[in-house]
Design a binder for this molecule. Sequence first.
Ligand code: P6P
Length: 351
Amino acid sequence: MPQIVTIERHILDQQKRFPQATGALTGLLYDMALSGKLISRETNRAGLVGILGAADGVNVYGEQQQRLDMFADDVIFKMNDHTGRLCVMASEEHDDIMHIPDEFDCGNYALLYDPLDGSSNIDVNVSVGTIFAIQRKISAGERGALEDVLQPGRRLVAAGYMVYGSSTMMVYSAGQGVHGFTLDPSVGEFLLSHPDIRIPAKPRYYSSNQGYQKVWTPGVRRFCEWLQALDDDEREPLGARYVGSMVTDFHRNLLYGGVFFYPGDMQQPAKPNGKMRLLFEAQALAFLAEQAGGYASDGIGDILDIQPHSLHQRVPLFIGNRDLVETAESFIREHDQDWLEAYRPFREGRR
Ligand code: P6P
């Protein structure tokens, strides 16, 4: 019988490599796993308990908030607000940072999360996911501040996601490789199923919403044609796979090799900075991609090196096999000077 490794045991084993570790990060990762179990239970039975459908609120992006979104957001906050491990939290579903309630102690980590990514797919039973990232506290005060979350992804201590699909998985990295765990609902444990994930060198898929192709920039259009190997008999074309839930699309490319891209565009009004949220989606997945041998870029450079200037900052995103992402960057350099000029003010916080 193969060795059975629960996520708790795996996290604890990882902690042993850091003699100075206090156990706070270990506890925080445990709590994210438990949050994933609770969210998985509700997501998998959403249609049965009448919590499908839209909630009343609209989030800062103007997106109709789904009830499961709000449930997931509340689970993660309430799982972490009292543990004394965090100094501040930030969620895609909240306009501002969320302070630790006064009655609870503060700790040395900041938690950023997208409680339910791809939630527009909930009602049609397409996989959705949770994304999280963990930074160290850098602010001077006892309680956390915005600067604790406005840090480059290069400083992340850990990151991960849960994907609620045909099975529920949790994938995380604390800087020692990427490891995947599958939930056994019969015992309520995440069991190690994908140790040391590395993105395969030979990619199989590309993931993008080609419904927007008409407003893509010339360089991005050429990149997509290159992926399809339209003019190259030597290379096999990549297959197209896109479900509109980035965690799911990213997870597939992590395991099979490929690239996900959601570019900026120049339609009127232009969205040169695209749609993906730097702090709640791109940084965490870029950290994981790098740990798995891949790379993530906004079309100019490494997502992990971007200094965030606002909580809900959006970035274009190209993420997956390093050679594919670098090819996208080269097409953009060569063909998309107009876009580069339009996007740089957003990247640098001047817009
Ligand atoms: P579109 C979900 O809202 C999300 O942020 C990602 O999970 C997903 O990849 C993307 O947006 C889908 O956006 O414009 O293709 O529907």
